[in-house]
Design a binder for this molecule. Structure first.
Ligand SMILES: [Zn+2]
Length: 338
């Protein structure tokens, strides 16, 4: 009896969640040559008058051992299922970080400035019909200004082309007939031009359009002045040069004082002290009428700028083709750029 008490203590103290040790427990206590069987074998040596009492104690011991075995077994299974052999304190596997494309960085910067002025972002199709890309913009067929924007046509249908500017989105916004309109239109555009370090057959633009009652050239100047100050700093100067676009009248090109040399003259400004950054003007009444907007009641201004050029200057890149060559060594350099 003394021996049984000791076995009980030993069994109670037995603890393992390892399947192998649980099996060792089974063999030691419950196996065919195990302790429980051996003690049961002792029954034959017990005097008859104590057999009943002894049998009860032995049965109790057997049940006790079996219960312990069941409990050890289920602990081992739970342990395996919870997968806690994974060490959560180990450092994680590194996830390689990508970088934003320099054109995207510049585009986002431009958009965020105009958004603060209340401009919403509008997007339109890159494959466009003649009306939205040319005719509605006061560029009828055979108009000489179309030569400035030679593009790619879709062979099956000569009315389809790759847009030469994001102005098609402006037309689509005006056609919706909801006024006033205050949108910027970022996107990719195409021109049939020879690819070189300075120009490509596709590039990106952000155009803007504001139409309401009493919009004047003063609003245009103030909006663009705010933009360049946010973009190039408080000290930047601007100048407007008269220009010609079929879709605006009057039209102007806007230059900013060179933000590289401060106006003294450098390679970027070609030693003139000024850098041309965008074209702009008051929306031509014909364009408003083409979109069924009353040009006696409403006026508006529009502007457009390329994204590649300011990005080339900002990041000191000397070849526009690098933007679309998908060279990872080039793109990796922008991992921490803003
Ligand atoms: Zn300069």
């Amino acid at each position: 009896m003394q021996q049984l008490e000791e076995y009980k203590k030993e069994i109670t103290a037995y603890s393992s969640t390892d399947e192998k040790s649980v099996e060792e427990f089974r063999i030691k206590y419950l196996g065919t040559k195990g302790i429980v069987k051996a003690i049961m074998g002792e029954m034959k040596n017990v005097p008859n008058d104590r057999k009943k009492e002894f049998g009860q104690v032995l049965n109790e011991f057997k049940t006790f051992t079996e219960q312990k075995f069941e409990s050890l077994k289920s602990q081992a299974t739970d342990h395996q299922q919870s997968g806690s052999d994974i060490d959560l304190t180990l450092p994680g596997d590194p996830v390689p970080l990508g970088s934003r494309h320099p054109v995207t960085l510049m585009k986002n910067r431009i958009i965020s400035i105009y958004q603060r002025l209340g401009f919403a972002v509008a997007e339109g199709p890159e494959i466009e019909d003649d009306w939205h890309n040319f005719t509605a913009l006061n560029l009828p067929e055979h108009h000489p200004a179309r030569d400035m924007q030679d593009t790619f046509y879709i062979q099956q249908n000569p009315d389809w082309l790759l847009r030469t500017h994001t102005s098609n989105t402006q037309i689509r916004e005006m056609e919706k007939g909801k006024l006033p309109i205050r949108v910027i239109c970022p996107g990719r555009v195409y021109r049939n031009e020879t690819v070189s370090a300075r120009s490509h057959c596709f590039f990106h633009q952000v155009e803007g359009l504001y139409i309401d009652e009493n919009v004047s050239f003063a609003d245009l100047k103030q909006t663009l002045y705010f933009f360049v100050k946010e973009m190039y700093g408080e000290d930047v100067k601007v100048r407007f040069r008269p220009s010609y676009f079929p879709f605006t009248e009057p039209s102007a090109e806007m230059d900013v004082s060179c933000f590289i040399c401060g106006g003294k003259g450098c390679r970027i400004c070609k030693y003139s002290g000024w850098v041309e950054i965008l074209g702009c003007g008051m929306v031509h009444p014909n364009v408003l009428e083409n979109c069924k907007i009353d040009s006696d009641k409403y006026t508006g201004f529009a502007f457009g700028m390329g994204i590649e050029r300011p990005a080339l200057i900002k990041y000191d890149i000397n070849d526009i083709r690098l933007f679309s060559e998908n060279d990872v060594r080039f793109l990796r350099q922008f991992t921490s750029a803003v």
